[in-house]
Design a protein around this ligand. Structure first.
Ligand code: TXA
Ligand code: MG
Length: 336
């Protein structure tokens, strides 16, 4: 929780105009996307982009994604668009896909974290699209935005989450309701060897493979830096553990008062309070949609430990498994 929370406004035409003015003036504006809320700055203004890092408490050498109104904008930020990237863009933009491509001179070191690549995404959320189009009409060419949470914390899927996390450095929060997808975009990088999956997300790997004709290779350790790939990212404050249904039942039977639970198949035993037990949806799309809000609710209970019931070891759950693994990594001191 921070000193003063930024104002939350509905995306009326006046609010959108104000948001564009603020962005053009170098201020930060949080906005909804279909994945999570973004903390936006004019991608062409290095000082504004650097302000994102200060507001998030994030190391300055981490790259941020440039959000574009449409795919044609990619040509000015990337110096080339390999055939595979073009196909993915045609298939999934606007949508929850980020392409990491060789950067053009337009992409500053503040945006790329000093790397030779730039991350680009055309989001599908109508408020994001309206904002990006209005920003383009005002002469802007892209909005740099990481997720609008403090570094290492749970990504926000509502305007209220953003306000709870961010302080007075954020000039405005546009409220577009709860995010549809609920987890971050899939990130695919292209280099001389072709496509590489940097982060599973809103677009399943099987869908990428269908369009590319082959599955993208998986990023090796030491691949281009992605802060969302730090092991302890997306962590609640409460220590969290992944457990199977049997272990969960055993722990609750032993000491129910210790725990808050994100269950999936397990049924709540009477000995654990209702506020400490969330029954998550059984399918991966709805599970992802609710995941970060559920983790925030369980975190707020201030239990000693959050127990998360493991999810199926099946490709449809890949992005959710990735986020759960990060949420349950390490101990309290291990969080950035
Ligand atoms: O769904 C999303 O992608 C959300 C919404 C707001 O668009 N954004 C998001 O941004 O998740 P962020 O900064 O929290 O995570 C973006 C990830 C980071 O791990 C960053 O390091 C990586 O994308 N990334 C951005 N540009 C990159 C580049 N040039 N090379 C490698 N990784 C890059
Ligand atoms: Mg993030």
């Amino acid at each position: 929780m921070t000193l003063s929370s930024p104002p939350i406004v509905l995306p009326t035409p006046e609010a959108m105009e104000r948001a564009v003015r603020l962005l053009k003036g170098g201020d930060l504006v949080a906005f909804p996307t279909e994945t999570v809320y973004g903390l936006g700055a004019d991608a062409g203004n290095e000082r504004a982009v650097r302000a994102i890092f200060a507001a998030k408490g994030r190391p300055a050498d981490h790259p941020v994604i440039v959000h574009l109104a449409d795919a044609s904008g990619a040509a000015s930020w990337a110096r080339e668009m390999p055939e595979g990237a073009r196909r993915l863009a045609d298939a999934f933009w606007p949508g929850p896909l980020t392409l990491v491509l060789p950067r053009s001179p337009r992409a500053s070191d503040a945006v790329t974290g000093g790397q030779d690549s730039v991350g680009l995404r055309v989001p599908a959320h109508p408020v994001a699209r309206d904002l990006l189009r209005a920003f383009a009409r005002a002469g802007g060419s892209g909005v740099a935005a990481p997720s609008a949470n403090r570094f290492g914390r749970i990504s926000p899927t509502t305007a209220r989450h953003v306000a709870d996390d961010m302080g007075g450095d954020v000039a405005l929060i546009l409220d577009g309701g709860a995010c549809d997808v609920g987890i971050e975009s899939t990130i695919v990088a292209f280099d001389a060897r072709g496509a590489m999956l940097l982060r599973p997300g809103g677009i399943a790997a099987a869908e990428l493979a269908r369009v590319l004709g082959a599955a993208p290779r998986i990023a090796p350790a030491g691949a281009p830096r992605a802060s969302g790939t730090l092991a302890s990212h997306y962590a609640p404050r409460t220590a969290s553990r992944l457990v199977d249904a049997g272990e969960l039942a055993g722990l609750i039977a032993h000491d129910a008062a210790e725990y808050a639970v994100l269950a999936r198949t397990a049924v709540r035993p009477a000995r654990i309070e209702g506020s400490r037990w969330i029954a998550a949806p059984g399918d991966p799309v709805r599970y992802a949609h609710d995941l970060y809000a559920n983790l925030r609710s369980l975190d707020a209970v201030r239990a000693a430990t959050i127990l998360i019931e493991a999810v199926p070891d099946d490709p449809a759950w890949q992005a959710v498994r990735d986020r759960l693994a990060r949420a349950t990594h390490g101990d309290d001191d291990d969080r950035d």
